[in-house]
Design a binder for this molecule. Structure first.
Ligand code: ADP
Ligand code: ADP
Length: 239
């Protein structure tokens, strides 16, 4: 897995809004980190900056061996290939099958005719099956994504991220639109992926309760700044 380091990172959007204000963090490879804060506190900016989607205005950001804050566009594209993303809204192709959705990240090196015929490479199929199995949804292989429940769709999205064989998984409010039991199931999956695959996992949450339960490091954010950094288990709302 890859580590992440920020040294005095500030992100200023073109309209002048400060998304991150002088943030320094050291996230060792294999960490599981919950980023907690109210809406507008900078959680999503942090994730999008690490993914190279939002430019660093000042400071240094290192992801894996690369200095993202000084990287060229080509290097940022390569970086994004190594990072699995999971979103609040799942971002699946609703009409496509679960298998097609999971393989979409691997199609860049698949000839078009194979894609059209569904004649995926055996190695790609193996990777997809393994990823779907690890989130308990292999039995839905040929279901249409839009026919699945929210929790099932989010697991497909996690499997899609895993099928990319990433070095880091970034999840931006992955459970915000799920009911509490389903949200817990998805959090357990993310935690298991972190431990079993030794993958660095960052997950944005707006609920402190959810962060507390999974024995992870918590980074609390407010107004673009880190206001808490330590075990989630002992964090309180005042932190
Ligand atoms: P969170 O994910 O915690 O809700 P965000 O990172 O989305 O917080 O937002 C942090 C701050 O940056 C907020 O003030 C928000 O309005 C602002 N912001 C986010 N995205 C943009 C953007 N594309 N352009 C300008 N301001 C933005
Ligand atoms: P695990 O080994 O269980 O995957 P970590 O190695 O990420 O977890 O962290 C173990 C504990 O130490 C967590 O509870 C976390 O809160 C805390 N922790 C780890 N690194 C830091 C750090 N740099 N700053 C604050 N707390 C940390």
């Amino acid at each position: 897995p890859w580590g992440i380091a920020l040294e005095g990172v500030t992100v200023r959007y073109p309209n002048g809004t400060v998304g991150l204000n002088n943030v320094s963090l050291d996230i060792p490879p294999g960490s599981m980190v919950a980023i907690v804060g109210l809406s507008g506190s900078g959680k999503s900016t942090l994730i999008r900056t690490i993914n190279g989607l939002v430019p660093v205005s000042s400071g240094v950001l290192r992801v894996g061996g690369a200095t993202v804050s000084a990287a060229r566009p080509g290097a940022l594209r390569a970086l994004r290939g190594e990072i699995g993303m999971v979103f609040q809204g799942f971002n699946l192709a609703g009409r496509a099958s679960v298998l097609q959705n999971v393989l979409v990240g691997r199609l860049a090196h698949t000839p078009l005719w194979r894609t059209l015929l569904g004649a995926y490479r055996p190695a790609d199929r193996e990777i997809a099956y393994e990823a779907l199995d690890s989130v308990g949804i292999l039995h839905k292989l040929y279901a249409r994504a839009s026919d699945l429940s929210g929790g099932q769709q989010q697991r497909v999205a996690i499997a899609r991220a895993l099928a990319q064989q990433p070095k880091i998984v970034l999840a931006d409010e992955p459970v915000a639109s799920l009911d509490p039991p389903t949200a817990h199931g998805v959090m357990r999956d993310l935690r298991r992926i972190n431990t079993e695959r030794d993958l660095t996992v960052l997950v944005n949450l707006h609920l402190l309760d959810l962060a507390r339960e999974y024995g992870v490091r918590m980074i609390g954010m407010r107004a673009g700044e880190v206001v808490y950094d330590g075990p989630a288990a002992t964090a309180t709302d005042r932190d």
